[in-house]
Design a protein around this ligand. Structure first.
Ligand code: CLF
Ligand code: SF4
Length: 299
């Protein structure tokens, strides 16, 4: 059975916007996504990411109750489709970074062999996206979200503390420059494969709210198709920064919209979310209650 990557590029986004719940408003109400929480660790530290948080009821990107082994991915997809036949997308969004370990690619390979018709969707901070672009394409990934919170190292260095690359830690503006360059190269390379790229930006008042336009412009030039602005959930080192108001969020979206179509239905999904976004979450039916495993928050 053909997968979505067999569709020609120019038709792909319009097709996806009808069936992928994070690519279009209509699909968002109708179709579901399953997240497989197979990625335990991260290779950067965002200042709003509380790495040891774990809560059954918490709804925010990246939180999960536990980690799934890639070998269990196919049976998890099978069970999820029984619980919610409207699932069209299998996503991997954490709880850490999906490319910091090889588990996401391993899980997608197995799921793609068993369910080629399902959309495979990956969310990453983009540090290693260029390196793994060809492998992601080979295992059937057709949509990728890259979280780009700034394209100016001065601003980005206020949002991340450090990155880790090839066993070395980088801090401050040096870390920010490496990350930004890697994200833009990754978006270019993956979109050259015909994979549809959505960029997520966490809106952090007082830090990047005047920088949205420039970010949208640069990620579009790199190859992104869609933009999603997520309000900051104040925690960890940014716990005292207030979350953006609806007005600030709307203003940022209006600026981004000059360059890219803006997705406005994001539900801050957990890394183990299951079902139609905004409707009853089926993750506890699917994964049960699994505690005491360290988790991360993905923005
Ligand atoms: Fe998951 Fe993200 Fe794929 Fe969607 S979620 S990896 S693109 S399948 Fe969607 Fe959830 Fe918002 Fe993400 S509503 S947090 S945008
Ligand atoms: Fe890593 Fe995502 Fe947390 Fe940032 S928000 S530190 S990319 S897991």
């Amino acid at each position: 059975m053909p997968g979505i990557n067999d569709i020609k590029n120019h038709d792909k986004f319009s097709k996806l916007s009808n069936i992928h719940p994070c690519m279009g408003g209509k699909a968002h109400m109708k179709f579901g996504r399953l997240h497989l929480p197979v990625s335990p660790t991260c290779n950067i530290q965002c200042k709003f990411c509380k790495r040891d948080y774990n809560n059954n009821d918490e709804n925010r990107p990246g939180v999960a109750n536990g980690i799934l082994a890639p070998k269990d991915a196919v049976k998890t997809v099978k069970r999820a489709l029984e619980l919610c036949p409207d699932i069209t997308v299998v996503g991997i969004a954490g709880p850490g970074d999906t490319l910091a370990t090889g588990y996401a690619i391993e899980a997608f390979k197995l799921v793609n062999e068993a369910y080629p018709e399902l959309i495979k969707c990956l969310s990453t901070n983009g540090l290693l996206l260029e390196r793994y672009a060809a492998e992601l394409y080979a295992v059937g990934v057709s949509t990728i979200t890259v979280t780009v919170n700034a394209v100016d190292p001065k601003i980005q260095s206020k949002i991340i503390s450090y990155i880790e690359l090839e066993g070395k830690k980088y801090y401050g503006e040096e870390a920010a420059s490496i990350l930004i360059a890697a994200q833009l190269r990754g978006i270019k390379k993956i979109s050259d494969f015909g994979i549809v790229v959505k960029v997520n930006t966490v809106l952090v008042p007082g830090i990047n709210e005047k920088h949205i336009e420039e970010t949208a412009k640069m990620v579009k030039e790199a190859g992104a198709t869609l933009y999603n602005i997520i309000p900051l959930i104040p925690q960890y080192e940014l716990k005292d920064v207030p979350a953006p108001t609806c007005f600030e969020l709307d203003a940022a979206r209006a600026k981004a919209e000059k360059y890219l179509e803006v997705f406005r239905h994001c539900k801050h999904c957990r890394a183990d979310a299951c079902g139609i976004p905004g409707q009853k979450d089926l993750s506890s039916e699917l994964y049960g209650t699994r505690n005491n495993l360290e988790t991360f928050s993905h923005g």
